[in-house]
Structures are given as structure tokens and as C-alpha cells.
Design a protein around this ligand. Sequence first.
Ligand SMILES: [Fe+2]
Ligand SMILES: [Fe+2]
Length: 314
Amino acid sequence: MKRWYELLMDDHTMTEKVFAAMEKAFESPTAPDRETVSSMLDYIVGYVEACHNRKEEEHLFPLIEERGIPSQGGPLAVMLAEHEQQRDLVAAIKSHGEAFVGGDATALDALKATFDQYQTLCKDHYWKENDILYPMAIKVMSDEDEAAVIRGIEAVEASLGEDVRKRYYDLAENLASAKEVKDLSVDVDRDLMAAILNTLPVELSFVDADDTVQYFSHEDHDKIFPRSRSVVGMKVHNCHPPKSVHKVEAILSDFKAGKRDSAEFWIDFRGMKVYIRYFPVRDKAGRYLGCLEVTQDVTAIQQLKGEHRLLDDA
Ligand SMILES: [Fe+2]
Ligand SMILES: [Fe+2]
């Protein structure tokens, strides 16, 4: 059977695993999954705050205070003050985290910043408890005191439902072992990727989230609407005739607000039926990265009749 301080130190170890997993998720160039953030919130609020800190505050700290370790000044006072700071940070993490999980991608920066302060504080706090406060407590506690703290730990856990510790430890392990799923394109050579984009039977242009032209495909090919490299870096408003610029701005603002997922037009141009579509480009968390324009000559597609199977050429 584990001693009381081993149980509390196991909690610290598990929580540090969650911190390491989240740090990795926040450092990734793409935003973390909402599910990952939601699990972290559950762990911090439901276990660290509602369970671990309560075990200490309700059963360990009062007992060692009775045994002569003062709660004013000294390590116990520091631990209590740090629990207060943790509580404030958890409230902030919870509000930014819930906004992010609810679809507000702009909450990510504040979430990362508060998480960072919180984990720095907690790691330092755990070290002080493991190496200073707990050894100090062991010295003043009798066997009966130790048994009472264990009973207290069990009572707090039981008050939160069945197998609460196992449930949260499993959640921590899952977060820690979650494999980073990278998009397959990550390992594709850049020149190959450029060649693939230039082979698509559609022409692409991309303007970033600040409405600045970043890219267009088929640079050295015949294009439906010829354009030169000088458009890169230009604001999209300067690339459209004044007559239609307000329409472009309305589409972009709808994309940014998440109000629509495409806009399409088709025109007759030099004997072709040209189909032009706009799509908002978003990351996994739904954050707007820019707008993709896809232009296609659909004349031949419109004229398709019957079938032409691969085997017909054999
Ligand atoms: Fe603590
Ligand atoms: Fe602790």
C-alpha cells in the first residue's frame, strides 16, 4: 500500500505528463485539436483543482499545522498562497479554453499564455512540495496521522465519483501518448509539391488572412487570366476592378466571420465557360488562414456525354 506522500507525488507526476503533452500541442505550428484542449481543461479543473489540491488543503495542510508547522510564514504559507494563484490561473485557462473549444480561434494566444504561467507555477510548486514540505510533514506525523491523511485522500476521491483517480490517470496517459498526426504533405518535397500544384487542371491563387496575395499556380503555363509575379504582396483590393471590389470584400469578410464556405461565379470568356470559385482556407481549429481562388475552364466538362472508360482505349 502506498504512503500518503507517494499518492500525492503520483498526482504531481501525472499532471506533469499532461503539461508536457500540452506544451507539445501548443508548440505545433497548427493549432491543437479542440478535443485535446477539452481533455486538458477537464484534467486541470476536474482533477488538479477539484481533487489534488483539495486533498492537500482539506487533509494534509490542516493536520501538519496542528502538528506545529505554521500556516503563516514558512513553506506551508507559500504552498497555500500558490494554491490561490493556481486557482486564479485555472479560472483564466478555463475561460480562454472554453472559448477556444467553442470555436473562437482567437482565444488561442491567451490560452497559451495563461497555460504557460500555470505550468511554470505548478512545476515549481510540485518540486517544493516533494522536496521540502512533504519531508517536513513526514517528520511531524505519527502513524495514525499518516492513516488519517490516506483516509482523507480516499474520501475526497470518493466524493468525486467512482474510480476518479484511475479515470484521470488514464486521461493523462492518453494525452501523453497521443501521436502527432501530421498531414501527408509534410514529407512531400517542395519542388514536387510545386509540380503537383502546377499540374492541377485548375488554376489557384491564394490571399492570406490580411488579404495579401501570397501565391498563384501555373506561373509558366498558359493561363486563363494571365498574371505576373508582381501581384504577390499586393492587397487583393488592388487586383480587382473597382466595380467588383466591394463584392470581393464582402465575400472575404463573410469567410473571416465563418458565415459562408464558398462563393462561385461563371463567365463566358474567349470562347470558354470559366468557372471561378472562392474557398476560405482554415486550419484544424477553424482559424481563417486566407482565401483560395480556383479558376477552371469547364467548357469540355459541360460537353461530356455518355461514358469514356479507361478500358475503351485498350
Ligand atoms: Fe499543492
Ligand atoms: Fe501537490
